[in-house]
Ligand binder design. Structure first.
Ligand code: NAD
Length: 340
């Protein structure tokens, strides 16, 4: 029987998750779409053929005709809804970040430890992106030698609003890079330094971070949420014998008016379409088999990203390097990954 999924939050990401679940995953069925504004849930449910709609996410998660939930509502709802899903014994794919603070992430972890296995998968979908996979493979098979540096650029057209501060560029946007660099390099961070260049409107200034890893590598991350020209993610892993660049999927080049050009998308969905699809496929597979994906991020990874983000905000506000203390992975999360 197909896994009956509820999608919580019918905004940009919830709509995309609903589309993937309804149209691209034979093992899944879009059962309910829920949004605090029910009219939005109705629009998405009608477009992708869901059976029901709702406006109360806790009630939707506990429905007997719902087996699993995707949480795609705002950041500050994630931990409460993830814990509700855990208490109902229902697997959850939670959009990043797991929670805005490390303390809230720990609450999810504490709740999840009562389960027989981890049932929260976190939406750090870049782990499934084919270009990051190629980067990781080149490191793991030794072809570029030992890793020295990883450069990361994360640019959005403009920030969602003036409330989206430099702190949020670290806690929300950069969480993707914190996770994927840690995943590719297979190590933990030991320190972070953060700077901002001067921009006329200070609230929209980019953020530049340098992180050190326990294995002696440097990871730099530029987050520029007001880059104006398009959504653009770049990266390069530099090893002792070579390097690997990320390339974005490009399907056409336009030759017009004495110019040759490629187009940038206005947001992240086209760039990471395959990553979202593979991530959701792995999530449904993990529910079918009862074994968490060895690639996907779990609640512990979400906690690690939140710890780094908090250190980054402190580094920005205090204008100094902040050390990141090592934390041992609990056996509950470690054992399954080691067995995979
Ligand atoms: N993985 C990624 O690449 C990626 C990209 C963008 C956003 N995100 C994350 O996805 C989440 C959603 O982002 P978005 O861009 O889709 O936001 P959005 O504002 O477009 O959509 C959020 C929706 O949630 C609804 N909502 C608010 N409170 C709710 C509640 N308590 N219960 C149910 N619905 C509620 C809103 O009405 C809205 O329709 C955020 O946590 C964000 O950080 C992830």
């Amino acid at each position: 029987m197909a896994v009956r999924v509820a999608v919580i939050g019918a905004g940009v990401m919830g709509t995309d998750h609903a589309r993937i679940i309804a149209g691209e995953l034979p093992g899944a069925q879009l059962q309910v779409v829920c949004d605090a504004e029910e009219v939005k849930a109705r629009i998405v449910a009608d477009e992708f053929g869901a059976f029901g709609v709702g406006s109360d996410p806790i009630a939707v998660i506990s429905r007997t005709d719902v087996d699993a939930a995707v949480i795609a509502s705002p950041d500050d709802t994630h931990s409460t809804l993830a814990i509700a899903a855990i208490e109902a014994g229902k697997p959850v794919l939670c959009e990043k970040p797991l929670a805005p603070t490390a303390e809230e992430c720990l609450r999810v972890i504490e709740a999840e430890k009562n389960c027989t296995r981890p049932i929260v998968q976190l939406g750090f979908m870049r782990r499934f992106d084919p270009s990051y996979s190629a980067m990781k493979a080149a490191l793991d098979d030794g072809s570029i030698g030992s890793a020295l540096m990883m450069h990361n650029f994360h640019r959005n057209v403009d920030s969602p609003g003036t409330w989206f501060t430099g702190d949020m560029a670290i806690t929300n946007s950069a969480s993707h890079e914190f996770d994927v660099a840690r995943f590719v390099l297979g190590t933990e961070y030991t320190g972070i330094s953060v700077w901002q260049p001067k921009r006329r409107d200070e609230r929209t200034a980019p953020v530049m971070m340098v992180l050190e890893t326990a294995s002696g590598q440097l990871v730099n991350i530029e987050v520029n949420n007001n880059a104006a020209y398009g959504y653009d993610v770049r990266g390069e892993l530099v090893g002792e014998q070579g390097s690997v660049f990320l390339t974005a999927p490009v399907h056409a080049r336009y030759n017009l008016g004495l110019r040759s050009a490629e187009h940038y998308a206005p947001d992240w969905r086209p760039r990471f379409a395959e990553a979202y699809r593979l991530q959701n496929k792995a999530w449904i597979h993990s529910i079918e088999t009862g074994a968490p994906s060895p690639i996907a991020a779990n609640a512990w990874d979400g906690y690690q990203a939140a710890v780094v983000a908090e250190a980054g905000v402190q580094a920005l506000n205090e204008g100094r390097r902040v050390a990141i203390e090592p934390r041992e992975v609990p056996a509950f999360y470690r054992d399954l990954r080691e067995a995979a």
